[in-house]
Design a protein around this ligand. Structure first.
Ligand SMILES: Nc1ncnc2c1ncn2[C@@H]1O[C@H](COP(=O)(O)OP(=O)(O)OP(=O)(O)O)[C@@H](O)[C@H]1O
Length: 243
């Protein structure tokens, strides 16, 4: 399968001299089209840095990141912003919705920012897929946490991005609501062929993915296909994540 995103020997060093921190050390990874990948690892192992470098939110110190056929290294900030707006979707732990805008306005915001016309049929389809058809005119404060995250997922999908990145997308949700949101992400992969890459601390969340990458000290130290929450938890324990 073709990789939608690929990292080749990506290193990221924050700071200089004695205070320098190597957050990623020569990480190579590929995220195939239509796959769901979870990224796990102890606190400080480099998960967010990996996600940010893969998404063009942060620039690697060395190495190559490709999105589709495009090399991100060397791109200026204007082109990176353009790329993020049109070709990448994001879902964050804190939803990041605009409180003064309705559900529909929040979902279509990336299109307005990119100056792209709304495809009404596509918008209707994603609003239905995320289960918000009856809430289009509501404001975020009138929605539950799970519904707010559904708005964020619809917003991430509206530009038909090549990949959706999730940074702890269920971190702020209770267990049952988190499962609904994970089932929706799974359905976005299975039913729409979307590629999803998600950072999580939660072995149950990781079990919804096709593959789990385990990071430790800036390196990928293991990979698990067909994960179960038990197997993931056991692997995390061996990494010393919960000591
Ligand atoms: N902007 C920054 N400046 C300096 N050091 C940073 C910066 N961002 C991250 N780091 C360091 O890089 C390392 C990796 O951080 P990162 O946030 O990627 O880890 P993480 O696995 O996502 O952690 P957590 O699970 O706690 O969110 C850590 O040692 C962190 O302190």
């Amino acid at each position: 399968m073709t990789d939608v995103v690929s990292l080749d020997a990506v290193s990221k060093v924050y700071g200089k001299g004695q205070g320098a921190v190597a957050a990623l050390r020569e990480v190579s990874a590929g995220f195939p089209a239509g796959s769901f990948t979870a990224v796990m690892g102890p606190s400080g192992s480099g998960k967010s840095t990996l996600l940010h470098c893969a998404a063009g939110l942060d620039t690697p110190t060395s190495g190559s990141v490709r999105l589709g056929g495009t090399e991100l290294a060397g791109m200026n900030e204007t082109r990176l912003t353009e790329l993020r707006r049109r070709r990448v979707g994001f879902v964050f732990q804190a939803f990041n919705l605009v409180s003064s805008l309705t559900v529909l306005e929040n979902i279509t915001l990336p299109l307005r920012l990119a100056g792209v016309a709304v495809d009404r049929a596509w918008l209707k389809e994603i609003v239905e897929r995320v289960g918000l058809a009856g809430r289009a005119g509501h404001r975020p404060a009138q929605l539950s946490g799970g519904q707010q995250q559904r708005v964020a997922i619809a917003r991430a999908l509206v530009t038909r991005p090549e990949v959706v990145f999730g940074d702890e997308p269920t971190g702020a949700l209770d267990t049952m609501t988190a499962r609904d949101v994970l089932a929706l992400l799974r359905q976005v992969v299975d039913g729409m062929g979307q590629t999803v890459v998600m950072v999580t601390h939660d072995p149950v969340a990781a079990s919804y993915a096709d593959t789990v990458l385990f990071l430790a000290d800036g390196r990928i130290v293991d990979e698990m296909t067909d994960p179960t929450s038990e197997k993931v938890a056991e692997r995390m324990t061996r990494l010393g994540a919960w000591n």
